[in-house]
Design a protein around this ligand. Structure first.
Ligand SMILES: [Zn+2]
Ligand SMILES: [Zn+2]
Length: 227
């Protein structure tokens, strides 16, 4: 509970209600569980990252713990693809005295949206945008490919789609990639077609679940996409 990981136990205050998805945007698109429309579903909490391990994350003042929650069903798209619903929590771990022992299990979940417990061994690299997001007139000479593994920060890989509307609906700022949770982890993070095991267990259409946040305020509306 007190380390950074994917798929393990999270630090959650016992007196804070566990988040539930109201089911209003569930679809019958599910591969394995069928029609989830209207099903009240407990979120899962597959990712927690501490500031001491990932100081580059845009932690709001007074917070040191980032948690990503996910409703593991398919939700109605804003384009033509489907993905799990995502919520972000930024909290002060030092304020959590009484810890929830075990979060509720979702009533329904797509197996491909569930992660196996994984510890993290991060490395740092410099990334430049793909042609999709390179400003006009800027030369891409010498720029390496973006990493196609799980990462925080950097730039999206963009395989089947493109950036679309990046503008924050609240303040108009251009949202930035917070993290990408990838289907595959690779020994060489930029080598996207390397046949690899799937250590994390989930599958985001063979690509990544990308989450963007507003640089002005991470609590402004987020953007989510799988590609
Ligand atoms: Zn849901
Ligand atoms: Zn904003």
């Amino acid at each position: 509970m007190t380390d950074s990981h994917i798929g393990g136990p999270v630090l959650w205050p016992r007196d804070e209600p566990w988040p539930y998805c109201d089911g209003s945007t569930h679809t019958d698109h599910g591969f394995d569980v069928g029609d989830g429309r209207g099903v009240h579903n407990a979120f899962t909490a597959p990712v927690q990252l501490y500031r001491r391990d990932f100081p580059e994350l845009p932690f709001p003042d007074g917070t040191d713990l980032f948690q990503l929650l996910l409703c593991p069903l398919f939700h109605e798209p804003d384009a033509d693809t489907f993905w799990p619903d995502v919520r972000l929590v930024w909290r002060d771990s030092r304020a959590v005295a009484d810890v929830l022992a075990a979060p509720p299990e979702p009533a329904l979940s797509e197996p491909i949206h569930r992660a196996r417990p994984c510890v993290l061994s991060p490395c740092r690299r410099v990334e430049h945008p793909t042609p999709h997001e390179t400003p006009e007139g800027v030369s891409r000479d010498g720029w390496a490919e973006v990493a196609v593994s799980t990462k925080v920060g950097g730039w999206a890989f963009w395989y089947a789609s493109g950036p679309g509307d990046m503008e924050c609906p609240e303040c108009g700022a251009r949202r930035e990639l917070l993290l990408a949770l990838h289907t595959y982890e690779r020994a060489e993070p930029e080598f996207c077609f390397e046949p690899e095991a799937r250590p994390v267990g989930w599958d985001f259409s063979d690509g990544a679940l990308n989450v963007w946040v507003c640089p002005g305020d991470v609590r402004h509306p987020i953007k989510v996409n799988t590609d």
